[in-house]
Design a binder for this molecule. Structure first.
Ligand code: NDP
Length: 448
C-alpha cells in the first residue's frame, strides 16, 4: 500500500480506537483512493488526507428536558461540522438511544463525500442525540427539540450549517426544531433547516427524495446490465422514511416489494406492498414506532420475529435501508447463497468492509450508500435554493432535477473508476469522484 496512505490509516486507527464505525468508514474510503494518491504526490506535501479525516469541528452539549410526569432528563446532543470546503455544512440529525460521538463522526465523513457527489455546493456535517423518541408523547418530543435547539441555534445558519432529518427525526421534529430556532433568533431564516413542512418553506418531493433517488440509481445500474426494474422482486430492510420512498417509486415503476423489516423482525407480503393504503400505512407505523409486526397483523402476512431478511430466496434485489452494519459476513454468505445479483445499499454504511469484499468476490453488484442515498440531501439543497430565492418548484420540477442528479452520480462514479482502470466498481468510483471535488477545493484554499 502507498506509504502515505498507510501512515494516515494507522494514525486514524490509533487516534480513534474507541470509535470503530468511524475507523471502518475511513478504511473503506481511503483504501479505494490509493490510485489517486499515487497519481497526486502533492497531496502528501500538505497532508491533505490527514486533514480530511479530522472534522473541522465537533462538539457535544447538554440537553435537559421535562417529561409529561414532571421528571427531568438529561441527554447528550452532538453536532459535527466535518468539512466546509465546498459549501455550508449540511447533514441530518439522528435521535436514537444508540447515538455516540463515533457514529456522528462516521456519518459526517460519509456525508462530505455524498454531498460532493450531488454536484451541489454543500459541505458535510451530521448531528443528533442519544434521545430515543420511541414511546414519547408529542409534547415530550417538542420539549426535547426546544431544549436541543436552545444550544444548537448559536452554531448553525443558512450559510453556516444546515441540519435536516435522519433516523428518529422527521417532519414533526423538524417543525419543532425550526419553531424553536425562529423563536430564539427572532428571524424567519427557514434556509437553516431542510425537510420542513410545505407551509413554511419545505420542498415538494423531499420526504420521498432518498427513496426515489435510490430507485433512480438502481435503474442506472440495471440499464448498465441491460436489465430493467419491471417485475423485479425487492427485499427492503427497515420500514422508515427511506423504505417508504423506495417502495412508492419501485411499485410505480412495476417492481414488487415483498419484504420489510424492523428491530422486531421481518414481514413477508407475497403480493407486495402494492396499494396506496399499504404504502401510506408505513408512515403511520414509523410515526408510532410500532415495529413491522403491525403490518403483518393488519394485512394477514407472515411475521418472522427477531429475524433479518437476508436469507430469503425469492428476491432479485436487496436494498438495506434501516441502519449501519446490517450485513456482516454471515448475512453476506446468505445473500450470495440466495443468488441475488444486485445489492443496493441505501442506509448509511449498512455493510461491513469484510462483507462488501465477500459480496464483490462472489459476483454480486454492490452499489454504495453514499451514492445511492444522495438524493435526499440533493433535494435538501434544492430546498435551500428555493428558500433563498423565495421560490416553490412543482413536484415535477423537483423530481426531474432529482432524477438528473442521480443519473449523473452514477455516470461520474463509473467514469472515475474507469479513469483509474478499476472497471465497473461503483464503490471506488463514488469515493474517487466525491473525493476529487473536495480535494480540489481544499488545495485551492490553502492549509488550515
Ligand atoms: P427512520 O427513522 O424513518 O427509519 C429507520 C428504520 O430503521 C426503522 O424501520 C427502524 O426500525 C430501523 N432501525 C433503525 N435503527 C435500527 C437498528 N439499530 N436496528 C434495526 N433496525 C433499525 O430513518 P430513515 O428511513 O430516515 O433512515 C434510514 C437510513 O437511511 C439511515 O441509515 C439514514 O442515515 C439513511 N438516510 C436517510 C436519509 C433521509 O432522507 N431520511 C437520507 C440519507 C440517508 P425500528 O423503529 O423498528 O427500530
Amino acid at each position: 500500500m502507498n506509504a502515505y496512505l498507510e501512515k494516515v490509516l494507522k494514525e486514524t486507527r490509533e487516534k480513534n480506537a474507541s470509535q470503530p464505525e468511524f475507523c471502518q468508514t475511513i478504511e473503506e474510503v481511503l483504501t479505494s483512493l490509493e490510485p489517486v494518491i499515487e497519481r497526486h504526490p502533492e497531496y502528501e506535501k500538505v497532508d491533505l488526507l490527514g486533514r480530511m479525516v479530522e472534522p473541522e469541528r465537533i462538539f457535544s452539549f447538554r440537553v435537559a428536558w421535562e417529561d409529561d410526569n414532571g421528571n427531568w432528563h438529561t441527554n447528550r446532543g452532538y453536532r459535527c461540522q466535518f468539512n466546509g470546503a465546498i459549501g455550508p455544512y449540511k447533514g441530518g440529525l439522528r435521535f436514537r438511544g444508540n447515538v455516540t460521538e463515533g457514529m456522528i463522526k462516521f456519518l459526517g465523513f460519509e456525508q462530505t463525500f455524498k454531498n460532493s457527489l450531488t454536484g451541489l455546493p454543500i459541505g458535510g456535517g451530521k448531528g443528533g442525540s442519544d434521545f430515543d423518541p420511541a414511546g414519547k408523547s408529542d409534547a415530550e418530543i417538542m420539549r426535547f427539540c426546544q431544549a436541543y435547539m436552545s444550544t444548537l441555534y448559536k452554531y448553525i445558519g443558512p450559510d453556516v450549517d444546515v441540519p435536516a432529518g435522519d433516523i428518529g427525526v422527521g417532519a414533526r421534529e423538524i417543525g419543532f426544531l425550526y419553531g424553536a430556532y425562529r423563536h430564539l433568533k427572532s428571524v424567519f431564516e427557514n434556509g437553516v433547516l431542510t425537510g420542513k413542512g410545505l407551509s413554511y418553506g419545505g420542498s415538494l418531493i423531499r420526504p420521498e427524495a432518498t427513496g426515489y433517488g435510490a430507485i433512480y440509481y438502481l435503474q442506472e445500474v440495471l440499464a448498465h446490465e441491460n436489465d430493467t426494474i419491471v417485475g423485479k422482486r425487492i427485499g427492503v430492510s427497515g420500514y422508515g422514511n427511506v423504505s417508504w420512498g423506495i417502495i412508492k417509486k419501485a411499485v410505480e415503476l412495476g417492481a414488487v416489494c415483498c419484504y420489510i423489516s424492523g428491530s422486531d423482525g421481518y414481514v413477508h407480503d407475497p403480493e407486495g406492498i402494492n396499494t396506496d393504503e399499504k404504502i401510506e400505512y408505513l408512515l403511520e407505523m414509523r410515526e408510532k414506532h410500532t415495529g413491522v409486526k403491525a403490518y403483518a397483523d393488519k394485512y394477514g402476512c407472515e411475521f418472522y420475529p427477531g429475524e433479518k431478511i437476508w436469507g430469503v430466496k425469492d428476491v432479485d434485489i436487496f436494498m438495506p435501508a434501516a441502519t449501519q452494519n446490517e450485513v456482516d459476513m454471515e448475512e453476506a454468505k446468505q445473500i450470495v447463497e440466495s443468488g441475488v445479483k444486485y445489492y443496493i445499499e441505501v442506509s448509511n454504511m449498512p455493510t461491513t468492509n469484510e462483507a462488501i469484499a465477500y459480496l464483490k468476490e462472489n459476483g454480486v453488484i454492490v452499489a454504495p450508500s453514499k451514492a445511492v442515498n444522495a438524493g435526499g440531501v440533493a433535494v435538501s439543497a434544492l430546498e435551500m435554493s428555493q428558500n433563498s430565492e423565495r421560490l416553490s418548484w412543482t413536484a415535477e420540477e423537483v423530481d426531474q432535477k432529482l432524477h438528473g442528479i442521480m443519473k449523473n452520480i452514477h455516470k461520474i462514479s463509473v467514469e472515475a473508476a474507469e479513469e483509474y482502470g478499476l472497471g465497473y466498481d461503483l464503490i471506488a468510483g463514488a469515493n474517487i469522484a466525491g473525493f476529487q471535488k473536495v480535494a480540489d477545493a481544499m488545495m485551492a484554499q490553502g492549509v488550515f
